[in-house]
Every structure is written in C-alpha cells, then in structure tokens.
Design a protein around this ligand. Structure first.
Ligand code: CMC
Length: 434
C-alpha cells in the first residue's frame, strides 16, 4: 500500500517534494517534516506549537473539539467515577490497568517510598517562612537529585521506574511539608495505614497534640481531583520535562523544571489566580460587568482567569466533572464559611455572564479545570498558595510517565528547536575607547 503523503512545491524554485503523512490512532494526520530542511533548506515557524506535534506518545489523548480526554484509551469520566489516583498512576506509568496482585504491589511500593531522607529536612529551613510553596517545591524536588544520582541510570528501564515510584510517593510529603514549614508547624511523617489522598490530608492538617481523622468525603474528592490532573499530553510543563530530560539529565532535576513551568498563571498557577481574581471582584465593589469589559479590552492585560484553553474549544471535560464535585461539596455543607460562599456566588455569576457574552462565545472561551478546582480546595481548607502545589502532586505521574516513554524510545534525540533569526546582520565590533 502506498504511503500517504503531501506534495509541497517551492514557488521560488519550482522544486516539488513529497512528505510522509503519519497516521495517529486518533486525531489529525501529521506531516513528517524531518526531511524538509535537507530537501528544501527551510525551517518551519510555529511559536507556541500551534500545529506541531513535538513527539509521538501512547499515554494520553485529547480532542479539543469534542471535549474528550483519555488516559491510555480510558475516558477520564470513567476513571474519575470508578478508579483511584494510585490505580490511575499505575495505568499511566505501565500502559494497562493492574490486576489485584499488581495493584497491591504497586500500593506497597508507593507507600514504602513516602519518607524523605532526614537530611532533606534541612533544605526547608533555608527558605524564608513566607516563601511560596511552589518555590519550595522547585528547590526541594531538584535537591532530590543530590540524593539519587549515582544509582540513576536514565537508560535503565528499572532505574526509571524506581525514580517514578520515588517521585509519586515523595511528592505529597514534600508538598505537605512546604505548607507546614510556612506555617511554623512540625512536619508530620507519612502514615502507611492511610490511602494516598488521606495520607496527604493527614500530613497537611494533623498535629502531634490532637487526634486527626481524615474526612472520607474530602479524601475522595481530592483523589478525583488528582486523577483529573494526572496527565494532559504535551502541555507546557510536560513539554518542559521532555525537553529537560532529552539531555539525559537527572530525573529529579528534570521534574523540578516541570514544576517551575507549571507555576505560571497561564498554566497550573491559574487555580490560585482565579481565587485572587474573584476576591478582587468582591472587594472592589465594582459591578461584575466592568471586569468582563476589562477582559475584553486588548489594551488591558487582565484576562478572566480559569477561562480558555489552547486545545479545548468546546468544553474542558475535567471542568465538567470538577464542577459537579464543587456542587456536591456545597450540598454536603462543606462551604459554610461566608467568605467562601461569596467567592462561589461570584464564580457562578461570572460563569453565567461570560457564557452568554459574544466575546467569549465567538472565541470558544469556556471555564477550564482551574476555574473550579480553586473553589473546591478552598472548601477543603487548603490555603490559596497550595493550589498549584496540589496540581503538581497530581501531575507528577504524567511527567514521569512521559519522561519514561521518551527515555525508552531508541530514536529519542536531544530536543533542539531551530529559530527564525531577526536580529542584526553580521557587523564589525567597534571599540568604545577613542
Ligand atoms: N480572558 C479573556 N480573553 C481571553 C482569555 C481569557 N481568559 N483567554 C483567551 N482570550 C482571548 C485572547 O485575547 C484571544 O483573543 P483575540 O483572538 O481577540 O486576540 C483569543 O481569546 C485566543 O486566546 P490565545 O491567548 O491566543 O489562546 P492560547 O491558546 O494562546 O491561550 C490560555 C490559552 C489558557 C493560556 C488562555 O486562554 C488564558 O490565558 N487563560 C487564562 C489562564 C488560565 O485559565 N489558564 C489555565 C489553563 S487550563 C489548566 C492547564 O491545563 O494548565
């Protein structure tokens, strides 16, 4: 069978070339442009990767038009309904759902890697007490590379899985401790009798002085939120992880680069930015419409945080699920704080107004996952600056799975984009001395 291809004619020279078309399991056909420079001497220009597949991947599929998100072929709705975060981690990392023995072993392994090296505790005291927990996360996760370096061969599949286990297991401990440190509270060690999400809540909120029992409803909601954040194919932080890892760098240092990228308000930092925006709206005393107008005004940098997505142009399936959890939590009385209730009311009004506004409709701008996750985190008593940290905890498995996939690919090369140079042409140095 002849391969599908596209024909490209250079109108400057009349030269015609054939480029192969690659067929994905789902999604658009993809033009293989690797030989383009060799054949025509041209680069392609695509800042922001608007139409460029930076890699192949078997892990996650999303269709922005239809609002589909699947991990290893399983719809996110089914996983959120029936799976657990740890089972989803196994699926993302290994490609298949585990049987009971595999699941028990995986759970045992993760639970037995949750502790941090005691020496690592000292890193926390190097930070100011008012440090943003994401700054602490970047630093402490990068510091793990100093503890696991010589025994990490990135070309050895077992070493890569060991690194993945360590990262999935230790991230909640590092995250909870970044909060405890800022609060001046003692670090709480992991409790292996608890599930993944319960353990995180335990490390965040228990004190040595009082008995703390984890609310099962909150633990369940958190587990679902972590599932929703577990992977999202080649987003900014995952692409950062792939690019950093492509130089064969230490995986813990590589993960820290992903955390840094996630922190930005256009990416994972949006959940925190949403609450800041809602607070600003409430405290300003100005009508909601004035903020909508600002979001539409091109001379104003203000945007409606939690709205829009590069890929989802219909709805964000994660937002749909998380919106339901949000309402369930409210119905269960988990939002008794008046401040919180006011934020939620503003959020719901903002959503209603924006969804009826021609500007947002014509640009396919819908609430994304971050619009609702912050509201749920507030209801759980999670402090504002920990929201993106929770995103990082959930996304860790996605980052390591994508990194593992790339490192296992024999054809993988160091990432090295080209550029369209627009600076000065060659010129001679002039000495400033007379
Ligand atoms: N408020 C107002 N206008 C917006 C917004 C917004 N939130 N998002 C996009 N637009 C406008 C934008 O000005 C542009 O208008 P025009 O065509 O007139 O120039 C048009 O919509 C397309 O926007 P874009 O910036 O070209 O889209 P993008 O794909 O580069 O950006 C985005 C996607 C998510 C960065 C952007 O929508 C945004 O900044 N949203 C707010 C931040 C946010 O909620 N981020 C979380 C993303 S979901 C979690 C995750 O996966 O990280």
């Amino acid at each position: 069978m002849p391969k599908d291809s596209v024909t490209l004619t250079d109108n400057r020279t009349g030269k015609t070339i054939e480029l192969d078309l690659l067929s994905p399991t789902c999604g658009p056909m993809t033009i293989d442009i690797r030989s383009l420079y060799k054949q025509l001497g041209y680069f392609t220009y695509d800042p922001g990767f608007m139409a460029t597949a930076s890699c192949w991947s078997n892990i996650t599929y999303l269709d922005g038009e239809k609002g589909i998100l699947e991990y290893r072929g399983y719809p996110i709705e089914q996983l959120a309904e029936s799976s657990t975060y740890l089972e989803t981690c196994y699926l993302l990392l290994h490609g298949e759902l585990p049987d009971q023995t595999q699941m028990d072993e995986f759970e045992y392994t993760i639970k037995h890697h949750t502790m941090l090296h005691e020496q690592l505790l000292r890193f926390y005291s190097g930070f100011r007490r008012d440090s943003h927990p994401m700054a602490i996360m970047v630093g402490v996760v990068a510091a793990l590379s100093a503890f696991y370096h010589d025994d990490e061969d990135v070309h050895n599949p077992q070493d890569r899985i060991n690194a993945a286990h360590r990262l999935i297991a230790k991230m909640p401990t590092i995250a909870a401790w970044s909060y405890r440190y800022a609060q001046g509270l003692p670090f709480v060690y992991p409790d292996n009798s608890l599930g993944f999400s319960e353990n995180f809540l335990h490390m965040m909120f228990s004190t040595p002085a009082e008995k703390y029992s984890v609310d099962p409803l909150l633990a369940k909601a958190l587990d679902v939120i972590l599932i929703l954040h577990a992977d999202h194919e080649q987003n900014a932080s995952t692409s950062t992880v792939r690019l950093a890892g492509s130089s064969q760098a230490n995986p813990f240092a590589v993960l820290a680069s992903g955390i840094a990228s996630l922190w930005g308000p256009a990416h994972g930092g949006a959940n925190e930015a949403v609450i800041k925006m809602l607070t600003e709206i409430n405290e300003s005393g100005k009508p909601l419409a004035s903020f909508i107008d600002r979001a539409k005004d091109k001379s104003d940098r203000f945007r409606l945080m939690g709205f829009g997505h590069r890929v989802y142009k219909n709805f964000d399936p994660r937002a749909k699920i998380i919106r339901e959890i949000c309402h369930e939590m409210l119905a269960n009385g988990q939002c008794q704080n008046l401040e919180h209730q006011k934020l939620l009311d503003t959020a719901m009004e903002l959503e209603r107004v924006a969804l009826e506004d021609e500007y947002f409709i014509s640009r396919n701008l819908y609430p994304n996952v971050d619009f609702y996750s912050g509201i749920i985190f507030l209801g759980m008593g999670i402090p504002l600056n920990m929201f993106t940290v929770l995103f990082a905890v959930g996304r860790t498995v996605g980052w390591v799975s994508q990194w593992n996939e790339m490192m296992g690919d024999k054809e993988s090369k160091i990432g090295r984009p080209r550029q369209l140079y627009t600076g000065s042409a060659s010129r001679d140095y002039e000495d400033i001395k007379p």
